[in-house]
Design a protein around this ligand. Structure first.
Ligand code: UDP
Ligand code: MG
Length: 335
C-alpha cells in the first residue's frame, strides 16, 4: 500500500490531534509553535485538529480566532469535559491524514520531534511512540508514581506496553483505521495501540516542562486512568482474587481440623475466641476485596452495554460540510 502512495502525485496529509482542557494560557503559544512546525515541513500537508474537551475558560474562543487566520486549523468542541483519552479518540475519528500525530497542548511534547517521527514513518514504521528519557518540571511524586505505574501495568498486562511512554506518537492510517474499529469505552489509547501491532518503534525524547498553567490531571484522574489501564488490559486482578480465596480457604481448612481436634480430644475447646476473630476478619477482608474487584469488571460490562455515544460534539469547525467521517457516530448538538 505504501509503495502505491509513493508513486501517486497527491501530497500526503499529516493530521495533528491536540486535546485541550482549560488551556487558555498555553494555546496561543502552542498554535504558534505548531504553525512554525508546519512551515518547516516539506511535501506534506497538515491539518491541525484541536479538540476542546469542554473547557470552561477562553480556550475555545481563542481557538476560533486562530482558525479564522489559518484554514489548516479545525476544531471539535465537546459539549462537556469527557476526559483526555476520549478527546484524543474524537480527534482520531475525525482525522483524514495518511498519518496521525497525538500531542499534548501544553508543549511538554516538543512539536519539533514530529519531524523525526515523520522520518521514521517514511522508513516504513506504522507507530512511532515517544519515550521519555527525562521529565522536566514534574514533581518527584508524579515521576515516581508514573514510573511505578508503567512497571506494574507491564507485569499485569496480557500484552507488553512500552515503559515510560505517553500518548505522544505518530500512527499510520492502517493503525488509525484499526483503532477506529475498537469500540470500547474505557479507553487506554497507548495500550490499544500496542495491542494493534504492526511495525512499532520507540523514539526517545526529553519531555519538557509545561509551558504555562497547571496539570489537568489531578491525582483523582490519574488513579482512574491507572485503573482503566490495568483493568482494560488484564484480567489478572480476578485471578489474584481467586488466589487469595484459595489461600484463605486452605488456612480455614487447617483451622477447622485444629478446632475439631481440640473439641474432640482435649478439654480446652472453650478458648479460641482469638482464632475465630482472626478467621472472620481475614475471610471478610478477602471476600470484600474479591467482590470489589469483580464489581469493577461488572461495572465496566454495564458501561459497555449501555452503548452510549462516546462523546457529544457541540460543534465541528473547519471540517467539510458533510462533517468528518465518524465511526462511533457521536451525538451532535447544533446551536
Ligand atoms: N486534557 C484534556 N481533558 C482532560 C484533561 C486533560 O483534554 O480532562 C488535555 C490537556 O489539555 C493536555 C493533555 O490532555 O493537552 C495532557 O494533560 P496535562 O498536561 O494536564 O497532563 P500531564 O502532562 O500533567 O500528565
Ligand atoms: Mg502536561
Amino acid at each position: 500500500m505504501k509503495t502505491s502512495m509513493e508513486f501517486s502525485t497527491r501530497t500526503q496529509l499529516l493530521s495533528v490531534v491536540v486535546p485541550c482542557f482549560n488551556e487558555e494560557e498555553v494555546i496561543g503559544e502552542t498554535t504558534k509553535r505548531l504553525r512554525l512546525f508546519c512551515a518547516e515541513l516539506q511535501d506534506l500537508d497538515v491539518e491541525l485538529i484541536f479538540v476542546d474537551d469542554g473547557s470552561r475558560d477562553r480556550t475555545r474562543q481563542l481557538l476560533k480566532g486562530f482558525a479564522l487566520e489559518d484554514p489548516r486549523i479545525k476544531i471539535i468542541g465537546f459539549a462537556r469535559n469527557f476526559g483526555h483519552q476520549i478527546a484524543v479518540t474524537a480527534g482520531i475519528d475525525a482525522a483524514k491524514g495518511d498519518a496521525v500525530v497525538l500531542i499534548d497542548a501544553d508543549l511538554q511534547d516538543p512539536p519539533e520531534v514530529i519531524h523525526e517521527m515523520v522520518a521514521k514513518w517514511r522508513e516504513g514504521f506504522d507507530v512511532v511512540y515517544g519515550t521519555r528519557t527525562e521529565r522536566l518540571g514534574e514533581s518527584a511524586f508524579k515521576r515516581a508514581t508514573a514510573r511505578g505505574f508503567y512497571r506494574v501495568l507491564n507485569r499485569l498486562s496480557d500484552i507488553p506496553i512500552p515503559l515510560d511512554t505517553g500518548d505522544f506518537r505518530l500512527m499510520s492510517r492502517d493503525v488509525v483505521d484499526t483503532l477506529r474499529a475498537m469500540p470500547e469505552r474505557d479507553r487506554f489509547i497507548r495500550g490499544m495501540v500496542s495491542w494493534v501491532g504492526f511495525k512499532q518503534i520507540a523514539l526517545p525524547y526529553k519531555r519538557g516542562e509545561r509551558f504555562a498553567g497547571e496539570s489537568k490531571y489531578p491525582l483523582r484522574k490519574m488513579l482512574r486512568f491507572a485503573t482503566d489501564g490495568i483493568l482494560s488490559f488484564s484480567t489478572k486482578p480476578l485471578q489474584i482474587s481467586v488466589a487469595m480465596g484459595m489461600f484463605s480457604a486452605s488456612l480455614a481448612l487447617l483451622g477447622i481440623f485444629y478446632v475439631l481436634f481440640l473439641r474432640l480430644f482435649t478439654s480446652i475447646w472453650v478458648e479460641g475466641w482469638t482464632a475465630i476473630m482472626i478467621a472472620v476478619l481475614f475471610m471478610g477482608g478477602v471476600q470484600l476485596i474479591s467482590v470489589g474487584i469483580l464489581g469493577e469488571y461488572v461495572g465496566r460490562i454495564y458501561n459497555e452495554i449501555k452503548n452510549r455515544p462516546l462523546y457529544v460534539v457541540q460543534e465541528y469547525l473547519g471540517f467539510e460540510k458533510s462533517g468528518p467521517a465518524m465511526s462511533r457516530s457521536p451525538v451532535m448538538v447544533n446551536r
